[in-house]
Design a protein around this ligand. Structure first.
Ligand code: GUN
Length: 278
């Protein structure tokens, strides 16, 4: 089965839209999302445009604050402080990567944990790891949503995650642990990547290496989630060699059209949850 991320994301957006309409009738207010975009990195510009378009479609009041790449760190911190104190703003997102002279850690720490729709602030990271209420990063949240569409009960399943980034691998591991999976994270220093992957009932590839996972790396009837977005000869491909893997497994996400659309839908969901929490 090929998992249709576009369709699942559209369904989730519909639910979000309905809930925002109901809340608007009751409170006369709608969620607000402020996105800060620094510099002119093309992929970031495309992501932010998509985030803005999707937000508006579900009734979120979205604003994009654009800065040139030589903006000072202090000016960005001042803006974040202003947004933290603005009651109309439910969620704040600073698009990554940042220019070298701006300290990513300082910026992420400055966002109020209850407005941190990315779930990158260490308060949210710590709460997720401790099993407390937390805002969960959008990509892993979208991945879990797709996995659970295929398999409701993940208890005892062996999940293998390729990649240990703060954005994807680590929070994905925490989420699957919370679902009672046995979790292995593999990375560039892992001795036998293929052998580890062959044990996976659920395999999440989030490493940024085009077509790394081949047909003989995966277990029969497993679930494969491909987070990779890699450009090969002007074509976008994932971390999984789709053609050789798809026949062997129970379900697989394509690239594009798998995890990508879910990430944005989960950003909208996080923004709505932040609005409700306030
Ligand atoms: N750059 C690439 N992915 C992301 C994301 O999920 N959030 C932010 N803020 N920046 C990104």
């Amino acid at each position: 089965m090929i998992i249709d991320g576009k369709k699942e994301a559209a369904l989730l957006r519909e639910e979000i839209k309905k809930e925002i309409l109901l809340l608007k009738e009751k409170t006369k207010k709608v969620p607000g999302l402020s996105v800060i975009l620094i510099g002119d990195f093309t992929p970031s510009q495309i992501y932010v445009k998509n985030k803005e378009k999707n937000s508006k479609e579900v009734g979120i009041n979205s604003e994009v604050i654009k800065y040139p790449k030589d903006i000072t760190e202090q000016e960005v911190l001042n803006k974040i402080k202003e947004l933290n104190n603005n009651p109309e703003v439910s969620g704040i997102l600073v698009q990554l990567p940042l220019p070298k002279h701006i300290n990513k850690e300082k910026i992420i720490n400055a966002i109020h944990p209850k407005k941190d729709v990315d779930g990158f602030n260490p308060i949210n990271v710590g709460n997720l790891a401790s099993g407390y209420d937390a805002i969960i990063p959008c990509t892993p949240l979208g991945c879990l949503y797709l996995i659970k569409k295929i398999e409701k009960n993940l208890s005892g399943k062996h999940a293998v995650i390729i990649g240990r980034s703060n954005l994807n691998g680590k929070p994905m591991a925490q989420l699957l642990l919370r679902e009672n999976c046995t979790v292995t994270i593999v990375h560039s220093k892992t001795k036998d990547l293929k052998a580890e992957c062959q044990k996976a009932d659920i395999l999440v590839a989030a490493v940024g290496k085009a077509n790394l996972v081949k047909g003989d790396w995966v277990k029969k009837d497993s679930i494969i989630i491909d987070v990779g977005i890699n450009k090969v000869e002007e074509k976008i491909v994932g971390d999984v060699d789709f053609e050789s893997v798809k026949e062997k497994v129970k379900a697989i996400t394509p690239v594009p059209g798998g995890v990508g659309p879910m990430t944005i839908a989960c950003l909208l969901k996080n923004t709505l949850e932040c609005f409700k929490a306030r």
